[in-house]
Design a protein around this ligand. Structure first.
Ligand code: SAH
Length: 347
């Protein structure tokens, strides 16, 4: 039988498996804290356990620990990009962003992605596999250890569609917010989705206090279908209904992400159409000038047009910010570092 990963288990499960091994209950607490508070890389580092117990753990379980293969720091803004290798040699990327209000980590939820958004580098090679809860967590653990910086906010906005890896995402949130782990507040976690409607409703029913971000990127279904294949499955109307339900259930303000692509979705008429789509919702719009990727010829909307788009929304009392571009000098944008690494290493 394949060994189970101890780091993806919640505390109850750790207790159960330790009980099966005939170990006392307090050992489970020690082991759990070694993994999720002291952030050790190996069973060997659990020094208050006897050598025979450490050996038994290794015989019975695995302990996920990512290996850093590359780290790049932006000279401009201190943003730090990490490339990690998984136990099957696949690589994923994560980003540490330092803000005045605290440190934020952007993590990946899958290796690759199957959503196929036209402007996104992460989906070019399709989906390779889901990340386990421990592989999601360890991106944060390693970044906290390596940088020596306490992580206060987590955004699930790296490679992958988190709601396409739903069960593992949920376990990840459970462990990340556990008071015996990093104890990060649900309010400091953002999950971004391209809009898997049934999953948004399921998430709403859980009534978590996390922020839900919707990658909308278009004011109507025709444009959305041109740039996001998922729009053929779910209409904007269905998405709006689902996030309205999310707000009713959780009271959490919705974030809409809108990447501006020159000539595609950035005209004044699009801003006006968008106002009608989201009118009446308690929401916030994040405008992002698209990061061009070399595989596609999408261009970034010029800044004064972005500003104009913002003004139109603001005049209609919609909360809107323009997302600061961070780490552009280190391929930090949207799957680009992993992509360039893969291109170099697979030829
Ligand atoms: N699959 C999820 C989360 C990962 S993508 C989602 O779709 O939300 C995180 C955000 O970056 C999404 O809003 C996505 O549309 C956006 N994005 C991807 N590639 C981009 C690019 N080249 N320029 C700007 N935004 C991009």
């Amino acid at each position: 039988m394949e060994k189970q990963d101890l780091k993806s288990m919640n505390f109850e499960q750790v207790k159960e498996v330790m009980n099966q091994l005939g170990e006392k209950a307090f050992r489970s607490k020690q082991i759990y804290e070694w993994m999720h508070q002291k952030l050790v890389n190996d069973f060997e580092e659990m020094t208050n356990l006897s050598k025979p117990l450490r050996d038994r753990l290794r015989e019975n379980f695995t302990l996920t620990s990512l290996r850093v293969v590359d780290k790049r720091e932006s000279a401009k803004d201190g943003t730090c990009k990490f490339l990690f290798e998984l136990s099957d040699n696949r690589v994923i990327e994560s980003v540490l962003m330092k803000y005045k209000h605290g440190n934020s980590v952007c993590i990946s939820s899958q290796v690759g992605c199957r959503m196929g958004c036209r402007f996104c580098a992460s989906t070019l090679g399709g989906l390779e596999r889901n990340l386990t809860p421990a592989e999601m967590l360890d991106q944060i653990y390693k970044i906290q250890k390596i940088s020596g910086e306490r992580v206060s906010n987590v955004v699930v906005m790296g490679t992958g569609e988190p709601l396409d890896n739903y069960d593992n995402l949920n376990r990840f949130i459970e462990l990340l917010t556990d008071e015996n782990g990093l104890n990060i507040s649900q309010r400091n976690i953002t999950v971004s989705t391209c809009g898997l409607v049934p999953r948004i409703r399921e998430l709403a029913d859980q009534q978590l206090q996390i922020t839900l971000a919707i990658s909308l990127h278009a004011p109507n279904d025709t444009i959305r279908r041109e740039i996001m294949p998922i729009a053929n499955r779910y209409s904007i109307k269905e998405i709006i209904d689902a996030v309205t339900y999310y707000y009713q259930k959780t009271g959490r303000r919705i974030t809409f992400e809108y990447s501006l692509v020159e000539g595609v979705n950035d005209k004044e008429e699009h801003a006006k159409e968008l106002i009608h789509v989201i009118r009446g919702l308690n929401c916030h719009v994040n405008l992002i000038p698209v990061n061009p990727i070399k595989e596609r010829d999408f261009k970034q909307t010029q800044m004064h047009f972005v500003q104009n788009f913002k003004n139109i929304l603001e005049k209609n009392r919609i909360n809107v910010t323009i997302r600061r571009e961070m780490g552009a000098d280190i391929d930090a944008a949207c799957g680009q570092l992993r992509k360039s690494y893969m291109d170099e290493h697979t030829n």
